[in-house]
Write a protein that binds this ligand. Structure first.
Ligand code: AOF
Ligand code: ZN
Length: 343
């Protein structure tokens, strides 16, 4: 129980850096001596010290360290990256015990950090609040373990299950929900739409309603049908245009070749190479369906305006046999969250 309490504190600390650590994970660390916290830290930003080092530096009386336990939400690293290995620092300072939340699936760590510490004769416990620690870095873990970004499907549908009225662009959710959608976008690394959505809605795919960084925009446009004066070409964010023609890159706009065969798997491999850790698929129907058919997604967010009946138009996708894991209500709008499977 004590271990869970301190790992929970590590998670809380780690969350202070949400949105700032990419490509690194969120990590928190706590140092405990005689049931008293004597040091705390978290990883603020890639290139800066890791959580354990910040926690160690915050300890006033360093002579207590050999009698202390260090808690960390992620396995201490074993490699020289932008910073030296935390596992070596823990060994050098001779902590009494190390408690780890989740192991680090990054190729360069993956058990090696834990081994360095154990080989030094230090007691190690791992897997404390493991699910919560994995959830905290679900994008990072999916990226490293599955060699593809974490995939979130998102759409809005009417009470009677349509995406539009009579196949023409139709506003479905209210303004309050639009803010929620912009927040969702700001939380993810990239946002993707297909040709039809770009042509029909001319979206700019930015996060103008909330504070945050614009995600990388991804357009699937095999035959480059979307005109260059459409909003997605407006240079306001890094944009990847996947197509089978390939044009010259222009500033923020990058053209990447892709073939229709083996789509969307090849696309995901390509996004892995581009180091995209998460992507939100915003439509349309055809694009969403391709991911659903291949079971190639992690999470789905469906906004439903129960009061709106459209009677005719594009039918919303269905996630057969999968029940929502969470439902929220928002002034006439229901937001359902689905998960394909746990990591
Ligand atoms: C830790 N504690 O707080 C973090 C870890 O380039 P570097 O040196 O910053 O190393 C980045 C890798 O280190 C990252 O991919 C992940 O495996 C691990 N992150 N490890 O012990 C931390 N942020
Ligand atoms: Zn480290």
């Amino acid at each position: 129980m004590q271990d869970e309490f301190y790992i929970r504190r590590c998670i809380e600390l780690a969350q202070k850096a949400i949105g700032n650590t990419y490509p690194n994970p969120l990590v928190g660390s706590v140092i405990v001596h005689n049931e008293k916290i004597i040091g705390e830290g978290y990883h603020h930003k890639a290139g800066e010290p890791h959580a354990e080092i910040n926690a160690i530096n915050s300890v006033k009386d360093k002579s207590l360290i050999p009698e202390s336990t260090i808690y960390v939400s992620l396995e201490p690293c074993a490699h020289y990256g932008k910073t030296p290995p935390c596992a070596l620092k823990i060994k050098e300072l001779g902590f009494k015990k190390v408690v780890i939340g989740a192991m680090d699936s990054h190729d360069k760590v993956n058990g090696k950090g834990k081994k360095i510490i154990q080989d030094a004769g230090i007691e190690v416990v791992s897997g404390i609040l493991e699910n919560e620690c994995i959830e905290l870095n679900k994008r990072f873990f999916t990226y490293h373990e599955k060699k593809r970004p974490y995939i979130i499907l998102k759409w809005a549908e009417s009470g009677d299950g349509f995406l539009d009225k009579d196949f023409k662009p139709t506003s479905i959710s209210n303004t309050l929900v639009n803010q929620f959608v912009h927040q969702l976008r700001a939380n993810e690394h990239a946002i993707l739409v297909g040709t039809q959505t770009a042509l029909n809605d001319n979206p700019s795919l930015t996060v103008r309603n909330v504070k945050g960084v614009n995600p990388v925009r991804i357009l699937i446009d095999f035959n480059l049908k979307v005109p260059h004066d459409f909003s997605i070409y407006n240079n306001q964010a890094k944009t990847l245009i996947f197509n089978s023609i390939k044009e010259e890159n222009k500033e923020n706009i990058h053209f990447i070749r892709i073939e229709k065969e083996n789509f969307p798997h090849d696309l995901m491999s390509s996004l892995y190479k581009e180091q995209i850790q998460s992507v939100i698929i915003e439509g349309g129907r055809f694009t969403l369906q391709q991911f659903i058919d291949e079971n190639l997604w992690d999470e789905a967010i469906v906004i439903k305006n129960e009061d709106l009946k459209l009677e005719n138009g594009t039918k919303a996708p269905t996630l057969s046999n999968i029940k929502p894991c969470k439902t929220e209500y928002f002034r006439g709008n229901t937001i359902e969250f689905f998960q394909l499977k746990a990591l």
